[in-house]
Design a protein around this ligand. Structure first.
Ligand SMILES: NC(=O)c1ccc[n+]([C@@H]2O[C@H](COP(=O)([O-])OP(=O)(O)OC[C@H]3O[C@@H](n4cnc5c(N)ncnc54)[C@H](O)[C@@H]3O)[C@@H](O)[C@H]2O)c1
Length: 353
């Protein structure tokens, strides 16, 4: 195989950054897209030859090697299972599912079908976070003691994010899943599983700070403790104005690293009238702004999808952090954090990494 033939399920926000990343890779051909809307717009923008309203029809083709699952969270389960049964390798967007039970079944079915399940935690491939890891490996900040990580913005654009039944919760599962996936990737290991969590969230609807129409919480924070005693503070919220804020703060015995994935642009622009686009969820572009130079690259999507394509071409298994089991692990941590917030206590974990 010298090219990977891709089918994308979904046609909007995530589907666009998948298509953008695939189009930057000459080892990929996007052959089809399946979605319930925006098919024409998507297929002409990315020059995709075939469109389907029913993803099962697309999955029935025998010339597709890899399927990108870019549909709302509650549909990940059904689409992944259908793709696995059709013998396709799968990239599944975050969170892996809306429940641990669904995520467990997805991992099991993919294993039984002998297909690769890639969990799309793009932070694992964000160039700035990888540069931080390199500095840590060189001993630049000594031993890592503690990580703080957050993804926050002013509320998801997707109507599916507003309902617990279609999202799985609120900003914790939808945004907090990135910092959770990242700190698990950085700190967890076979001998160092997460052993307990404690979390707080707003209560959804009227009990939210801002988003009274969101069934899930609009603010969440929690601490994950690992077997070796280290802690990670993770946060997701929808109360942040001014653009998406993805920040990681790594404390070492001999140094510290601050990674600003979204406001870390090397561009400073002052505009009296404004211009097209600065960064995700920024309200306006006039005055002083820091537009991203290449947002999809900075957030890790481009290298993430290049890595998954190479795994298919070379028939190699994905690494810890972006395999199906890592998506499942992140879901188990999320579910325990919701339990902690609900019961107002620390929740012990008994997890294998
Ligand atoms: N990794 C990231 O940073 C990141 C960023 C944004 C979204 N996401 C994830 O990507 C997924 C999609 O999010 P989005 O923002 O693109 O959502 P969206 O609401 O913008 O788009 C949803 C898409 O799903 C399609 N769809 C809905 N029901 C379908 C069905 N039955 N069959 C086929 N297609 C169907 C719609 O046509 C639409 O194209 C979510 O799981 C989200 O969490 C990840």
């Amino acid at each position: 195989m010298d090219k990977v033939r891709v089918g994308i399920v979904g046609s909007k926000f995530a589907a666009n950054f998948h298509a953008d990343s695939y189009k930057r890779n000459d080892k990929v051909e996007i052959v089809a897209v399946a979605a319930i809307d925006a098919l024409e717009e998507f297929s002409s923008k990315w020059n995709v030859p075939d469109t389907y309203e029913d993803y099962n029809e697309m999955l029935a083709r025998d010339d597709i090697d890899l399927v990108s699952v870019c549909v709302p969270n509650f549909l990940h389960h059904d689409v992944v299972i259908a793709a696995a049964r059709a013998g396709k390798h799968i990239v599944c967007e975050k969170p892996l599912a809306t429940t641990v039970a669904d995520a467990e079944e997805m991992v099991k079915v993919c294993k039984e079908a002998g297909v690769k399940l890639f969990y799309a935690e793009d932070w694992v491939f964000a160039p700035a976070l990888n540069r931080a890891s390199q500095i840590i490996e060189e001993g630049g900040i000594g031993d890592v003691l503690y990580i703080k990580a957050r993804e926050t913005h002013n509320g998801s654009h997707s109507p599916f994010a507003k309902k617990k039944s279609t999202c799985g919760g609120g900003c914790l599962i939808h945004l907090g899943i990135h910092p959770i996936g990242y700190v698990l990737y950085m700190l967890a290991g076979e001998n160092n599983p997460p052993v307990e969590v404690v979390a707080k969230t707003t209560g959804g609807l009227e009990k939210n700070y801002v988003h009274k129409d969101f069934e899930g919480e609009d603010w969440a924070a929690g601490i994950i403790t690992f077997a070796d005693g280290r802690n990670a503070l993770v946060e997701g919220n929808y109360i942040t104005v001014g653009g998406m804020d993805d920040v990681v703060d790594i404390y070492g015995t001999d140094g510290r690293i601050i990674v600003n994935l979204t406001f870390g642009s090397c561009l400073d622009v002052y505009s009296r009238k404004g211009y097209g686009y600065a960064i995700e969820k920024a309200d306006f572009t006039y005055g002083w702004t820091k537009p991203a130079v290449d947002e999809f690259f900075n957030l890790g999507y481009v290298e993430e999808l290049r890595y998954f394509v190479d795994c298919v071409l070379n028939d190699t298994a994905p690494k810890f952090g972006v395999d199906g089991e890592s998506g499942l692990l992140a879901m188990k941590v999320v579910e325990a954090m919701y339990k902690s917030a609900e019961e107002g206590k620390t929740i012990p974990l008994d997890l294998k990494v």
